[in-house]
Design a protein around this ligand. Structure first.
Ligand SMILES: N[C@@H](CCC(=O)N[C@@H](CS)C(=O)NCC(=O)O)C(=O)O
Length: 219
């Protein structure tokens, strides 16, 4: 039976799971959760995930949430090889470091900037956050100094986790090619991946919703 994914395309974390599933050729049974309507707080969903976050996956009765945990689980269960999540101890440690970087640093921007703008209609002045976001772009610029992908020569789940998050931040604070050439080239490489379609749709929805918000349209 296909695993069930509770998700919304607008959420970067959900798009990371969708991209991973696409690469694996895995069909997911998608159940949409509208965060604008607080559907994640519905008792039925809170029973499944008391933390009430999406993405949440149910695979044959096994429940797991947090995109980073979900994508490594999917690779372990459905991947034919270790291409996207190397079993080599040092390579894996570097991938894990980048995943934790997404979880602790980048996701903090999603939580404190994007989500309040998108789901709570809170007006956020991006000027107040420019310095810390640019610092993070500069850090990623360094990660990408020697290799085309975020954890080395090959695409890994660290890229699949970071691509939706960074392309979403790019909507609110554009990444200049002149200032961040490595980061811009990495995004271009990502846009050429067949699995990128799973990011594009949600990214368009996010852009539309933010535009609507800036026109003071209530949710
Ligand atoms: N670190 C988590 C973040 C999950 C998360 O915070 N998701 C947000 C949407 S982007 C959410 O479900 N918010 C609803 C809530 O917390 O009630 C992951 O990677 O899955």
């Amino acid at each position: 039976m296909a695993p069930t994914l509770y998700m919304s395309e607008i959420s970067p974390s959900c798009r990371a799971v969708m991209m991973t599933a696409r690469i694996l050729g895995l069909t997911l049974k998608v159940k949409k959760i509208d965060l604008c309507k607080n559907e994640q707080l519905a008792p039925n969903f809170v029973k499944i995930n008391p933390q009430h976050t999406i993405p949440t996956l149910i695979d044959n009765g096994f429940v797991i949430w947090d995109s980073h945990a979900i994508i490594s689980f999917l690779i372990g269960k459905y991947g034919n090889d270790d291409e996207l999540y190397s079993k080599d101890i040092m390579e894996r440690a570097l991938i894990d470091q980048r995943l934790h970087f997404e979880s602790s640093v980048i996701n903090n921007f999603t939580r404190t900037i994007l989500n309040p703008m998108l789901y709570e209609n809170v007006k956020i002045d991006i000027e107040d956050h420019k310095e810390s976001i640019y610092k993070t772009y500069a850090l990623m610029e360094k990660f990408l100094r020697c290799f085309p992908w975020i954890a080395g020569k090959k695409l890994t789940i660290a890229d699949l986790s970071l691509i939706p998050a960074i392309t979403s931040l790019n909507v609110v604070l554009p990444i200049s090619k002149q200032d961040y050439p490595n980061l811009s080239n990495w995004i271009e490489r990502a846009e050429n991946l067949p699995c990128y379609v799973e990011n594009q749709n949600g990214l368009n929805q996010l852009r539309d919703l933010l535009q609507k918000r800036s026109c003071c349209c209530p949710c």
